[in-house]
Design a protein around this ligand. Structure first.
Ligand SMILES: *Cc1c(COP(=O)(O)O)cnc(C)c1O
Length: 431
């Protein structure tokens, strides 16, 4: 079987040198993978338990149209999400178009003119700069008279508690905490660390709403920020909780009052959660959530495998191959544009969809350098599927994430190394 497997990889374009090197790395990860599997198993039970408790049935998979009144599937799914994340309520909708939209919705519906928003963990995700109005934009919070403050993390990545205490004032209404590093070279926050930060904020003023941008974090640990005091957690269904099957959507889970505010903003005052047709996608939301713990475990294995693979070749990786994981993103500093492009070409070449295309760097709106992206996904832009991107500027970091199955993640990563190997962009003596 081992020989057959090797032959299969060779036929797919992997050099035996790469295959052998990757096999050695994989063999060192047995214990790590077992831990990941245990978390996935725990989270799988969490999801099934929430589905059973809410009596999910075949009727839940019917589609609604028009106003979408009395949509049993939609309403039950929201109960399932609320239970799964141990919260009071949830809004899980295809009308929430992406993660940024979900975050904007949570912010705009819970803040009022004169309120202040605080980020105690530094600069938020790029797209939120326009939502907040850090970069002027039509319809931003700033346009509505909602001010913003930010306290950066300290040099060592820890919270600046003195700075946070000083920043909180009588206007502070909502604190936003981004769990994932996003596209920054900072640490991803663990749920435990987020819990400590929330306790600190609540001690100063228990009425401050604590919101967590949970993108890329769902099901990585056995607890979620909603287990440690977050009033709202927010994310995208084309990332972890959609399990690769949800074709669109976002969620807001948390305190009833917060979720209601969001529902009245998403649809209309007076209508709230009562409307919003599910248009045939709801079954994929259920199936995706059901699969999500295992899909996330595959993505995590891929991230750790890649960290080890590239670390041993002398590249700086974040997180490193041994650190505990709190999201599914892996950053690798490739240190040359040629390597960055070769890496992305490899990821693309290993994809089930669009494997024959060559990714090219392009001038993406909002970025100050060219960006290269690789993705061969079933759902457009889905980043729970194996995908990679990086800005063409030093240190030529590639950020990659996802993989609907561990085997696909493994192939994509081996293929990335194959491309570097073919072009003499790695130290071959280390292989
Ligand atoms: C992906 C992401 C977002 C925004 O999500 P989109 O779906 O791309 O709009 C926000 N915050 C973080 C940390 C993310 O990873």
């Amino acid at each position: 079987m081992i020989e057959q497997l090797k032959e299969q990889y060779v036929q797919m374009g992997i050099d035996p040198v790469i295959y052998n090197y990757a096999s050695e790395i994989e063999a060192q990860l047995i214990e790590r993978f077992a831990e990941i599997d245990a978390v996935a198993e725990y989270n799988q039970m969490k999801v099934i338990k929430a589905m059973q408790k809410n009596r999910v049935s075949a009727e839940c998979f019917h589609s609604s149209s028009g106003y979408g009144y009395n949509d049993l599937g939609r309403d039950t799914l929201e109960l399932v999400y609320a239970d799964c994340f141990h919260a009071q309520a949830a809004l899980v909708r295809p009308q929430i178009t992406c993660g940024t939209h979900a975050l904007a919705l949570a912010l705009m519906s819970n803040l009022r003119p004169g309120d202040e928003l605080l980020s105690p963990v530094g600069k938020p995700y790029d797209t939120l700069e326009e939502v907040i109005g850090i970069r002027p934009s039509k319809g931003s919070l700033a346009e509505y008279g909602i001010s913003y403050r930010q306290v950066d993390l300290l040099e060592d990545g820890s919270f600046d508690y003195d700075g946070i205490r000083a920043a909180i004032n009588e206007k502070t209404k909502l604190v936003t905490i981004q769990r994932s590093k996003g596209y920054l070279m900072r640490k991803t926050l663990s749920v435990k660390e987020i819990g400590a930060l929330i306790s600190f904020v609540k001690q100063i003023n228990p009425n401050i709403i604590c919101m967590v941008d949970n993108c890329y974090g769902e099901f990585v640990e056995t607890i979620e920020p909603s287990d440690v005091g977050a009033d709202m957690i927010v994310g995208s269904l084309i990332k972890n909780p959609g399990g690769g099957l949800a074709p669109v959507g976002g969620y807001i889970v948390g305190k009833r009052a917060c979720v209601e505010n969001a529902a009245y903003r998403l649809t209309s005052p007076g209508l709230g959660k009562e409307v919003g047709a599910s248009l045939g996608v709801i079954q994929s939301f259920y199936q995706g959530l059901f699969q999500a713990p295992v899909v996330v475990s595959g993505a995590l294995k891929g991230a750790i495998f890649a960290a080890r693979l590239y670390e041993k070749l002398g590249f700086q990786v974040l997180p490193d191959g041994t650190e505990s994981r709190h999201d599914i993103i892996q950053a690798i500093a490739l240190e040359s544009p040629e390597r960055l492009c070769a890496f992305c070409e490899g990821i693309q070449a290993g994809a089930p969809v669009d494997s024959y295309v060559t990714p090219e760097p392009w001038d993406m709106p909002g970025y100050d350098s060219k960006v290269i992206m690789a993705a061969g996904a079933f759902v457009q832009g889905s980043s729970i599927e194996l995908s990679a991107d990086g800005p063409l500027k030093p240190p030529y970091n590639v950020y990659f994430q996802g993989g609907l199955t561990w085997y696909h993640a493994k192939l994509g990563i081996m293929m990335s190394l194959q491309k570097l190997y073919e072009r003499n962009l790695v130290n071959k003596t280390l292989l």
